[in-house]
Design a protein around this ligand. Structure first.
Ligand code: PLP
Length: 392
């Protein structure tokens, strides 16, 4: 066989649901020479990373570190550690990622109650309270930022509510961390997981996990062994936090990456970062609305970092996204599950939440929609976005 040529992919702007572009400083940190995974200097880097991660998660939880795999591994880690066969678990499902929690909890042998809302909606406290009162589960799990629908589930009152029923609150923060407020301690969240490639602007490969003391107590009181060896938090914690015993070889380069990603978040400041995401979202939203596109999630529950809109009638999903990619180098996401072929998902996450990204995607979408036969006044999307920037 002939040896394939050197890697040379076309430039892309990753404005889908993830991965989003890594920050240049993250990519540069990744060229740092390797250290051994037990080198005292690497152990210091791990400690710094954990300390920064606690700040970004707004928690003092001791058990806070990135699991060595993608966001789904964080989901699996939290569920396999907190759920034993026969445990009552309630899960809120209003989109695709909620259904994945159901699948994993089922594999853990949970006695499962699934609470549903139509995709794109969010749960209100009363519906959850009623179910918790009736079922009194060990764990209640819900997705904070449902990437399949673009809806933001309010979490601020949920922890207190769960604790009234002696229930642990587990939240999927994969698309929220680094983009919108996530306050583990203030909101009394017991278990959270996220990822490196969305709001933290790193490559995919790590899943930051954090457990409250209450959740750690539950973990320590298990009657059965965690069914996963690799994701057993007690043993991973002895590498990240305890006697630094060998568990697995840490992905050194990814730890360099997330350390730099977290430094960037803290340098910018959490509130400035969240405000930036809102500002760019409002500009994009004005532009998309001017192009005739409608959001799936209702007003007040839309994610700034993931803009999910309905595909206009008569527009070919695959062909349009192919044109965006091939002619403009822009990747956006299609619909998942129920919304396959019916939605577009435009991410403005972390480093990619910027005016130039907003203008590029609006200009390209206008041309693609225009060629597909939608009648639009030239420049209408870009002009609407510019107006938002000029007045905010
Ligand atoms: C992306 C995503 C995941 C999965 O993360 P991977 O890094 O793809 O494994 C889980 N939950 C939500 C809400 C997501 O958006």
């Amino acid at each position: 066989m002939t040896i394939p040529g050197q890697l040379n992919p076309s430039p892309r702007l990753l404005l889908g649901p993830g991965p989003s572009d890594a920050h240049p400083r993250v990519l540069s940190a990744m060229t740092t020479p390797l250290l051994g995974h037990l080198d005292p200097q690497f152990l210091d880097i791990m400690t710094e990373t954990q300390e920064m991660l606690r700040q970004v998660y707004q928690t003092r939880n001791v058990l806070t570190f990135p699991v060595s795999a993608t966001g789904m591994a964080g989901m699996e880690t939290c569920l396999v550690n907190l759920v034993e066969p026969g445990d009552r678990v309630v899960l809120g499902v209003a989109g695709y990622f909620g259904t994945r929690m159901v699948d994993i909890a089922g594999r853990c042998g949970a006695d499962l109650t699934v609470l549903t809302r139509p995709w794109g909606e969010v749960f209100d406290l009363d519906q959850i309270r009623e179910t918790l009162r009736r079922v009194r589960p060990k764990v209640f799990g819900i997705v904070h930022a449902e990437t399949s629908t673009g809806a933001l589930q309010p979490l601020d009152q949920l922890g207190k509510l769960c604790h009234e029923f002696d229930t642990l609150l587990l939240t999927d923060c994969v698309t929220s961390l680094g983009c919108v407020p996530v306050e583990l301690d203030g909101w009394e969240i017991d278990a959270a997981f996220s990822c490196s490639q969305k709001g933290l602007s790193c490559p995919p490969g790590l899943s930051p996990v954090s457990l409250s003391d209450r959740a750690v107590h539950t973990l320590k009181s298990r009657k059965t062994k965690v069914q996963s060896w690799y994701f057993d938090l007690s043993s991973i914690q002895s590498y990240w936090g305890g006697e630094r015993a060998y568990h697995h070889t840490a992905p050194i380069t990814m730890v360099y990456a997330i350390r730099e990603g977290l430094r960037l978040v803290l340098e910018e400041g959490l509130s400035a970062r969240f405000a930036r995401h809102v500002r760019n979202h409002l500009a994009l939203k004005a532009g998309l609305t001017a192009l005739g596109l409608k959001y799936i999630a209702s007003e007040g529950h839309q994610l700034p970092q993931l803009n999910a809109v309905r595909l206009p009638d008569g527009i070919d999903d695959i062909a349009s996204r192919k044109r965006l990619l091939n002619e403009f180098g822009i990747e956006i996401g299609g619909g998942l599950g129920e919304f396959k072929g019916k939605a577009w998902r435009i991410g403005l996450m972390g480093h990619n939440s910027r005016p130039d990204c907003v203008f590029q995607v609006l200009a390209a979408l206008e041309l693609v929609l225009g060629k597909a036969g939608v009648s639009l006044t030239p420049g209408v999307g870009v002009a609407a976005a510019e107006k938002v920037y000029a007045t905010s």
